[in-house]
Every structure is written in C-alpha cells, then in structure tokens.
Ligand binder design. Structure first.
Ligand code: TYD
Length: 196
C-alpha cells in the first residue's frame, strides 16, 4: 500500500506522517516512510537548486522537473522492495508534486510515466497566507504568488483523481490527524467511526 501526503509548503506533512505511522503500527501494520526529494545525490542537488533566486524561471523549472523525475526513479527500487515485503509506505510527496509545481503538465506526465501511482493521496489543504507565514523562506518557491498557482493546481488534481482525499490542514494538529486516520482506515478495514 502506497499512501502519499501532498500539499503546499508548511502544511504540516512531516508531523502528520509521524502521527499516521505511529497509529498504523499500533494497528499491527508494518510501516516505512520515504521522502521526495530524497537525501540521495540527485535529491541533494535539487535542494540546492531550490534556493536559487531564479528557481521559478522557466528553464530552471524544466531542469527541476527532470531532476525530480530522476530522483523518483532512483527511489523506485526501494518502493518496489518495500511493497514486495507487504510494508505500508507513507511518502512525503510524489509525482503529483511535479505536476503542480513544475510545467508544462503534459510533459511532466510523460517524464514521470514510470512513477508509481499512489493508492491514496491525502491533500493537506492549507491557506496560502498561513503557508507563507510558516515557511522559513529558504526556498524560492515559498512565496504567495507561486503557491497560489500550486494550490489551485492541487485542487484541480483532487477534482479529477479518485485516489485524492482533501484534508483541511488549517485545523489543529489533533483534528487534522483524526481526519487523516478516518481517510486511511477503510484501506485496512479499521473502524473509521471508532476514531476520535
Ligand atoms: P519539501 O521538503 O517537502 O518542502 P516542505 O517540507 O516545505 O513542504 O519539498 C521541497 C520543495 O520541493 C517544495 O517546495 C516542493 C518542491 N517539489 C517540487 O517542486 N516538485 C516535486 O516533484 C517535489 C517532490 C517537490
């Protein structure tokens, strides 16, 4: 099972991934977490480029699109191994991030055609103003104008893909966590009504 958390920067994905992981383990499941961009060689190069002042320029964005796709391909062997071991994979981001952060979309689909399709995408929906106020502004993407376009693109994906569930990430940590558990519970036949 491959579960992905998506959302604009500062939506609280890493906190929620840890809470979800603990809860699934308490329910007897074997869980592994992964992160995109990875901490491998390609991922490190990506993180460096994300701090460039011109990171939103067209050709740098295309370069990032290729690098994110390559970073994802390197991760693929690990995902396939974890799946073969019946592990539940929780991932911080996936190829859907490339579809909303990079462009053009048809080309991003093409260069990600070998990417794994998540069983469930939890879209952490956060107000852009809150996102920007939470971000350290280390990356060039962390500005209101850019993230507004990204948020709208996520909304479109959520409307056209059945594997998406939208989670209101403006709520407090506990409420967001229980909403996530309720969305995940049916995948494992866990009683969703029993979640507080
Ligand atoms: P991340 O470390 O998840 O940032 P945050 O914790 O603030 O959400 O991701 C780094 C940045 O990389 C983030 O701005 C989103 C961006 N990104 C893309 O532009 N395309 C991609 O394919 C991925 C995976 C991430």
């Amino acid at each position: 099972m491959y579960i992905v958390l998506e959302g604009i920067d500062g939506a609280g994905k890493s906190t929620q991934i840890e809470l979800l992981k603990e809860w699934l383990i308490a329910n007897g499941l074997d869980v592994e977490t992964v992160v995109e961009p990875t901490d491998g060689d390609v991922g490190k190069l990506i993180r460096k480029i994300l701090t460039y002042p011109n990171a939103t320029d067209d050709n740098i964005q295309k370069t990032l699109g290729l690098l994110f796709a390559a970073d994802r391909l390197v991760l693929m062997d690990k995902l396939e191994k974890l799946e073969s071991e019946n592990k539940v994979i929780i991932s911080d981001r996936s190829f859907y991030s490339s579809l909303v952060y990079q462009k053009p979309q048809e080309w991003i689909y093409e260069i990600n055609k070998y990417a794994k399709i998540p069983d469930l995408v939890l879209l952490m929906d956060l107000d852009v103003a809150t996102s920007v106020s939470r971000c350290g502004k280390e990356d060039t993407f962390e500005n209101e104008e850019f993230l507004t376009v990204v948020k709208d693109a996520y909304q479109e994906l959520a409307e056209s893909n059945d594997n998406f569930k939208v989670i209101n990430a403006n709520n407090g940590v506990n409420k967001v966590s229980s909403d996530i558990k309720k969305a995940v519970a049916p995948l494992f036949d866990i009683c969703a009504d029993c979640i507080q």
